[in-house]
Design a protein around this ligand. Structure first.
Ligand SMILES: C[S@@+](CC[C@H](N)C(=O)[O-])C[C@H]1O[C@@H](n2cnc3c(N)ncnc32)[C@H](O)[C@@H]1O
Length: 235
């Protein structure tokens, strides 16, 4: 997507920014990034630029604890896990949630095929020396109660079921679970033509909370405690 067909900035819309604007936000890390190159065909997971943007957003808020809706093959779980900063917390630091079974769940677009692959998959984070930091939750996110995790997570990635009733539920829970600033919620599949109601939902939500969409990606985010720098003006 290029600038000319991106949505205009404004309070009533999700504001589309360029990836460099995210990279320009200060983070306190001086450490290297541990990167796992995504597959060229990132079906069901993230593209390379999305993975890079996600790590950068996580570094900006430097979370003690992270929550991921939608583990799938655990690729993004591993990426986030390896890039958490060292901390003296002994507790689990990365909660990731996926389905135990497909029964009773509604799906839209390609989500059923992705979910079917995820059941029983030997997830990639299990190869990490930090695997003990992960708390794998196996439950339908529709049954999750955000009040059980009130303000516990500085960084939340919403990428489970993209049918809008699930996306709404996961988002409402995320807003309860989000810690005080600096903190961030990131959604995947904004502007994905497979899930137009999800995009509309985030557009509507952006009237209540500030949401940015990162151009050339399907990532949208709500960031607290940091400013996104303006676009550069080229003379
Ligand atoms: C798009 S994949 C997640 C990709 C992963 N975040 C990544 O970046 O690699 C979506 C995942 O959500 C799971 N899922 C679908 N419906 C769900 C639900 N109602 N509750 C929990 N997980 C669900 C699927 O099983 C699938 O593994």
């Amino acid at each position: 997507m290029n600038d000319s067909c991106e949505k205009k900035s404004g309070l009533d819309f999700v504001e589309t920014i360029r990836p460099y604007q995210v990279l320009l936000i200060q983070d306190t890390f001086g450490e290297e990034v541990k990167f796992f190159m995504p597959q060229p065909q990132a079906w069901g997971s993230l593209t390379t630029i999305e993975a890079l943007m996600l790590v950068k957003l996580m570094r900006i808020v430097n979370p003690k604890k992270v929550f991921e809706f939608g583990t799938y093959k655990g690729l993004t779980t591993r990426l986030l896990l390896e890039n958490l900063s060292e901390n003296d917390i002994n507790d689990k630091r990365l909660y990731t949630l996926d389905l135990p079974a497909l029964e009773g769940v509604s799906f839209q677009g390609g989500d059923l095929a992705v979910a079917a692959q995820s059941i029983g998959y030997s997830r990639k984070y299990l190869t990490s020396p930090r695997k003990n930091w992960v708390n794998q939750l196996l439950q339908d996110s529709m049954t999750l109660d955000g009040d059980d995790y009130k303000k516990q997570f500085e960084f939340i990635f919403v990428d489970a079921n993209h049918e809008v009733s699930y996306a709404r539920r996961d988002t409402e829970n995320s807003l309860k679970m989000l810690a005080d600033s600096p903190s961030c919620i990131v959604w995947h599949d904004y502007n994905n033509p497979e899930f137009p109601e999800l995009t509309q939902y985030l557009d509507d939500l952006s009237k209540e909370i500030k949401i940015y969409h990162i151009g050339d990606t399907m990532l949208a985010f709500h960031l607290r405690g940091h400013e996104v720098p303006p676009k550069r003006v080229f003379e």
